[in-house]
Design a protein around this ligand. Structure first.
Ligand code: THU
Length: 138
Protein backbone atom coordinates (compact mmCIF):
# COMPACT_ATOMS: atom_id res chain seq x y z
CA UNK A 1 0.00 0.00 0.00
CA UNK A 2 1.66 3.21 -1.10
CA UNK A 3 0.74 6.71 -0.06
CA UNK A 4 -1.14 7.50 -3.28
CA UNK A 5 -3.39 4.47 -2.80
CA UNK A 6 -4.04 5.51 0.78
CA UNK A 7 -5.21 8.92 -0.44
CA UNK A 8 -7.54 7.29 -2.98
CA UNK A 9 -9.10 5.30 -0.13
CA UNK A 10 -9.46 8.51 1.88
CA UNK A 11 -11.32 10.07 -1.07
CA UNK A 12 -13.72 7.11 -1.00
CA UNK A 13 -14.32 7.57 2.74
CA UNK A 14 -14.92 11.30 2.21
CA UNK A 15 -17.96 10.46 0.06
CA UNK A 16 -19.67 9.32 3.26
CA UNK A 17 -18.86 12.42 5.34
CA UNK A 18 -21.78 13.96 7.22
CA UNK A 19 -21.04 17.67 7.34
CA UNK A 20 -24.28 19.66 6.89
CA UNK A 21 -23.05 22.51 9.13
CA UNK A 22 -19.57 23.29 7.83
CA UNK A 23 -19.95 21.81 4.36
CA UNK A 24 -16.32 20.70 4.73
CA UNK A 25 -16.08 17.00 3.91
CA UNK A 26 -13.11 15.01 5.23
CA UNK A 27 -11.98 11.44 4.59
CA UNK A 28 -9.22 9.44 6.26
CA UNK A 29 -7.62 6.06 5.56
CA UNK A 30 -5.47 4.62 8.34
CA UNK A 31 -2.98 1.85 7.47
CA UNK A 32 -2.45 -0.71 10.23
CA UNK A 33 0.74 -2.72 10.70
CA UNK A 34 -1.31 -5.76 9.63
CA UNK A 35 -1.84 -4.16 6.23
CA UNK A 36 -5.53 -3.52 6.86
CA UNK A 37 -6.99 -0.10 6.15
CA UNK A 38 -9.52 1.60 8.39
CA UNK A 39 -11.66 4.38 6.96
CA UNK A 40 -13.16 7.42 8.63
CA UNK A 41 -15.20 10.47 7.66
CA UNK A 42 -16.20 13.48 9.70
CA UNK A 43 -19.55 13.17 11.44
CA UNK A 44 -21.02 16.51 12.50
CA UNK A 45 -23.75 17.24 15.01
CA UNK A 46 -26.31 20.00 15.64
CA UNK A 47 -24.47 20.45 18.94
CA UNK A 48 -21.27 21.41 17.13
CA UNK A 49 -18.90 20.20 19.84
CA UNK A 50 -20.21 16.65 19.47
CA UNK A 51 -18.68 16.46 15.99
CA UNK A 52 -16.00 13.84 15.42
CA UNK A 53 -13.20 14.32 12.88
CA UNK A 54 -12.50 11.77 10.15
CA UNK A 55 -9.10 10.84 11.60
CA UNK A 56 -10.51 9.89 14.99
CA UNK A 57 -13.39 7.96 13.43
CA UNK A 58 -10.78 5.88 11.54
CA UNK A 59 -8.55 5.48 14.60
CA UNK A 60 -11.30 4.43 16.98
CA UNK A 61 -12.75 2.04 14.42
CA UNK A 62 -9.32 0.41 14.07
CA UNK A 63 -8.82 0.09 17.82
CA UNK A 64 -12.27 -1.44 18.16
CA UNK A 65 -11.33 -3.95 15.42
CA UNK A 66 -8.31 -4.98 17.51
CA UNK A 67 -5.51 -3.14 15.71
CA UNK A 68 -3.25 -0.88 17.78
CA UNK A 69 -0.17 -0.21 15.68
CA UNK A 70 -0.14 1.81 12.50
CA UNK A 71 2.09 2.89 9.65
CA UNK A 72 0.42 5.87 7.99
CA UNK A 73 -2.76 7.86 7.52
CA UNK A 74 -4.05 9.53 4.35
CA UNK A 75 -6.26 12.58 4.87
CA UNK A 76 -8.28 14.55 2.32
CA UNK A 77 -10.63 17.44 2.91
CA UNK A 78 -12.52 20.15 1.09
CA UNK A 79 -15.93 21.59 0.32
CA UNK A 80 -15.75 20.30 -3.23
CA UNK A 81 -14.34 17.10 -4.72
CA UNK A 82 -11.87 19.17 -6.69
CA UNK A 83 -10.62 20.94 -3.58
CA UNK A 84 -10.21 17.62 -1.74
CA UNK A 85 -8.16 16.16 -4.58
CA UNK A 86 -5.96 19.19 -5.07
CA UNK A 87 -5.21 20.54 -1.61
CA UNK A 88 -3.62 19.61 1.69
CA UNK A 89 -5.71 18.86 4.76
CA UNK A 90 -3.66 18.84 7.96
CA UNK A 91 -5.10 17.02 10.99
CA UNK A 92 -6.41 19.19 13.80
CA UNK A 93 -4.58 19.35 17.11
CA UNK A 94 -6.96 16.99 18.89
CA UNK A 95 -6.49 14.36 16.17
CA UNK A 96 -2.70 14.75 16.30
CA UNK A 97 -2.86 14.02 20.02
CA UNK A 98 -5.26 11.08 19.57
CA UNK A 99 -3.08 9.56 16.84
CA UNK A 100 0.06 9.97 18.97
CA UNK A 101 -1.37 7.64 21.61
CA UNK A 102 -1.15 4.65 19.25
CA UNK A 103 1.14 5.78 16.45
CA UNK A 104 3.88 7.79 18.18
CA UNK A 105 6.09 10.12 16.17
CA UNK A 106 7.42 7.58 13.66
CA UNK A 107 4.25 7.52 11.59
CA UNK A 108 3.42 9.12 8.24
CA UNK A 109 0.67 11.68 7.74
CA UNK A 110 -0.04 12.03 4.03
CA UNK A 111 -2.27 14.49 2.21
CA UNK A 112 -2.96 16.13 -1.17
CA UNK A 113 -3.81 13.37 -3.71
CA UNK A 114 -2.72 15.38 -6.75
CA UNK A 115 0.68 16.15 -5.27
CA UNK A 116 1.21 13.93 -2.19
CA UNK A 117 3.06 15.42 0.74
CA UNK A 118 4.14 13.51 3.82
CA UNK A 119 5.06 14.57 7.32
CA UNK A 120 5.88 12.46 10.33
CA UNK A 121 3.64 12.85 13.33
CA UNK A 122 6.77 13.93 15.22
CA UNK A 123 7.01 16.91 12.85
CA UNK A 124 3.35 17.79 13.34
CA UNK A 125 3.31 17.34 17.11
CA UNK A 126 6.70 18.12 18.65
CA UNK A 127 7.14 17.60 22.41
CA UNK A 128 3.96 15.51 22.58
CA UNK A 129 2.23 14.84 25.85
CA UNK A 130 2.25 11.04 26.20
CA UNK A 131 1.92 8.15 28.63
CA UNK A 132 5.60 8.39 29.65
CA UNK A 133 4.94 11.99 30.67
CA UNK A 134 2.45 10.74 33.25
CA UNK A 135 4.89 8.08 34.54
CA UNK A 136 7.76 10.49 35.00
CA UNK A 137 5.75 12.98 37.03
CA UNK A 138 5.00 10.45 39.78
N1 THU B 1 -12.33 18.04 10.44
C1 THU B 1 -11.85 16.77 10.32
O1 THU B 1 -12.62 15.83 10.07
N2 THU B 1 -10.53 16.57 10.49
C2 THU B 1 -9.62 17.54 10.78
O2 THU B 1 -8.47 17.25 11.08
C3 THU B 1 -10.03 18.94 10.72
C4 THU B 1 -11.50 19.18 10.76
C5 THU B 1 -13.75 18.29 10.26
C6 THU B 1 -14.47 18.66 11.51
C7 THU B 1 -15.66 19.43 10.97
O3 THU B 1 -16.68 18.51 10.66
C8 THU B 1 -15.15 20.04 9.68
O4 THU B 1 -13.96 19.35 9.37
C9 THU B 1 -14.85 21.53 9.78
O5 THU B 1 -14.02 21.80 10.85
Amino acid sequence: MNHRELLEQALEARKRAYAPYSGFLVGAALLGTSGKIYLGCNVENASYGATCCAERVALFSAVCAGERTFQAIGIVGGKTDEEARNSSCAPCGVCRQALWEFCGGDFWVVTNPSNPESHTLEELLPCAFQKETLDSSN
